[in-house]
Design a protein around this ligand. Structure first.
Ligand code: NAI
Length: 449
């Protein structure tokens, strides 16, 4: 390969956005991808899950809400057509990434980066990767322990290859993937059991969010077993038998393991850069090796597409001699469960709120738009500093709450007070009004409750 100023290894959201910004700054940059552009997000993560979720939501709405909304319709799942929609969404996102890389003049190298004699090389081209700087953006893969690694057991990578709807599905892990998959499959008619090792679902979210989500999932006939793990999975004639740590066992036609992800990088990389849980970097994403950077999931810190992208752009600007930064202390998180969840900043745990903070909780049932959607379950909880009224955190659960989080994300990062955010008029009737209503509650004068 011809020498470039920067070689980005890995074509997921982190690597792609990094390479595009470097090219936009006029530098010679190549991106190396061994499989598909778009990485986990496009091919096995965000995009296919949300495509499946759209179909599942439409079907679930017709079945469970059609009558109430005055729509009489027969509906049935055509899994082959549904998976076509998923594949189309993947392809359009994948092509979109390649289109943008080409548009901005990034050199695309479809090959695998390997380590050979302590040097970065291209596997098929059998040549050295010649670059002034290297950015490692090689991502992550599902974690599956030996005891659960039985033939036919799914990870999230396998779900999008399905040809028939599972009759019953045991999901191990009630984190983000676990609850999103439980939502999709139960809406489509599969009998779902969700096992979580901690004592509540989505244990990293606000405690009241976990509680409400659990109630709503139970209403949808999802069986939830918390404080439990799976010791062993055995193959049976009809599927799998999984023995649980509570001495019970569960029969299911399918099993999905969703207990987290692990970083992925070329063999031998540990001899070049320091790796602990993931690749170690400083605050500028520089590894212990001069001119080698690492961004995104491969650092095993925050494994989110939007965080990888922000890190990639930061490194791109740095390598282009520009100053740039982004807010690192907190990041927005979204979960496409039913109801949806979004959160940022401080959350309430089993121990309550940290000292000096106050909260107000506003019910979704009092929001006009939620009522017209017939989706009244949920709430907004906003947390602020008692003395200054500076906003510190928010958790939302309810319809379209993934789209209303950014107002609070911005407020936290810009250290805005409750009063400062309330200066803006919130449009009626929208779900976003719940932000205003909750902030008014924090001021002690809620108009609508
Ligand atoms: P996760 O870390 O979100 O959740 C894993 C869950 O499994 C945890 O609740 C954990 O307590 C539980 N667990 C661990 N070992 C267990 C065991 N032996 N038995 C039962 N439960 C066990 O990991 P997940 O859901 O696999 O997602 C991986 C990554 O992908 C996360 O970083 C997540 O943020 C990201 N992601 C983000 C999405 C989004 O932004 N909407 C969607 C899907 C994934």
């Amino acid at each position: 390969m011809n020498k470039v100023e920067v070689a980005v290894i890995g074509g997921g959201p982190g690597g792609t956005d990094c390479a595009i910004r470097i090219a936009q700054r006029g530098k010679k940059v190549a991106i190396i991808e061994k499989k598909y552009f778009g990485g986990t997000c496009t091919n096995w993560g965000c995009i296919p899950t949300k495509a499946m979720m759209t179909s599942a939501h439409l079907y679930g709405n017709i079945i469970s809400k059609g009558k109430r909304l005055g729509i009489k319709a027969q509906a049935e799942v055509d899994i082959k057509a549904l998976m076509k929609h998923v594949k189309r969404s993947i392809l359009s996102s994948r092509k979109g990434s390649e289109f943008l890389l080409n548009k901005y003049g990034v050199e695309i190298i479809k090959d695998e980066a390997i380590i050979k004699n302590g040097k970065f090389c291209l596997k098929n081209d059998d040549s050295e990767i010649l670059a002034d700087n290297i950015v490692l953006a090689t991502g992550s893969a599902p974690k599956i322990p030996e005891s659960l690694n039985v033939e036919g057991v799914w990870t999230s990578d396998d779900v999008f290859e399905l040809e028939e709807l599972p009759e019953s599905l045991l999901i191990i892990g009630a984190g983000v993937i676990g609850v999103e998959m439980a939502t999709i499959f139960s809406s489509l008619g599969t009998k779902v059991t969700l096992i979580e090792f901690m004592n509540r679902v989505v244990p990293f979210e606000d405690i009241d969010i976990s509680q409400l989500l659990e109630n709503e999932m139970r209403k949808k006939k999802i069986e939830i077993i918390t404080g439990t793990s799976v010791n062993e999975i055995r193959k049976t004639d009809n599927g799998f038998n999984s023995s649980l740590s509570n001495n019970k066992s569960i029969e299911s036609s399918h099993v999905l393991v969703a207990i987290g992800r692990k970083p992925v990088y070329p063999d031998g990389l540990e001899k070049i850069v320091k790796i602990e849980k993931g690749i170690e970097t400083d605050n500028n994403f520089l590894t212990n090796e001069k001119n080698i950077y690492a961004i995104g999931d491969v650092r095993a810190k925050v494994m989110l597409a939007h965080v990888a992208s922000a890190e990639g752009v930061f490194v791109a600007e740095k390598l282009s001699g520009k100053n740039s930064d982004y807010y690192r202390e907190n990041w927005p998180g979204v979960i496409f469960s039913e109801p949806e969840i979004s959160s940022t900043g401080v959350k309430e745990t089993e121990k309550g709120l940290p000292d000096g903070l106050i909260k107000f909780v506003f019910p979704m049932a009092a929001n006009g738009r939620a009522n017209t959607l017939a989706e009244r379950e949920g709430f907004a909880k906003i947390i602020a500093e008692k003395d200054t009224m500076i906003i510190k955190g928010a958790s939302f659960i309810g319809p379209f709450v993934t789209d209303i989080l950014m107002e609070i994300e911005l407020a936290i990062n810009e250290k805005l007070t409750v009063g400062e955010v309330l200066k803006s008029i919130h449009p009626h009737p929208t779900i976003s009004e719940i932000v205003k209503d909750t902030l008014e509650g924090l001021e002690g004068t809620p108009l609508h409750i």
